[in-house]
Design a protein. Sequence first.
Length: 146
Amino acid sequence: MPKKEPPQDGSRLDRIERALEHLLESQAKQETRLDRFERALEHLLESQARQETRLDRFERRHEAYERRQEAYERRQEAFQQDLQQLLKAQIVLTDAQRKMAEQLGRLGDQLLELTEAQLRTDGRLNTLIQVVDGIVRNWGGPHRGK
């Protein structure tokens, strides 16, 4: 409502009228403040709802992360156990290889001894063959015709 210029005479009616106009203007300002407050409150509630939605998503992601972390820790523990078994198996295998290498060394030595013994036997056998061959060829040489 537009403001009226107060009349010069200042009658009581004019003063009441001015007071009413002032009250109406004040009430309009209050309604405007209330509207702003309501809009701000709506904005805050909407913002809070968005934040709660984000928080819910974050909590779901965090729970999924924790489940993955627990699964990773279980796999890591199983891996450590497998690694310990592998290390034990490696120690056993290394010990078996060492023993086998020792046995192969002894077997090689025995094979060399056997080879040398066979060479000696071959030499003796050749000598025996020559002796027997000589005996057979000379068997009955001068006595042959008699």
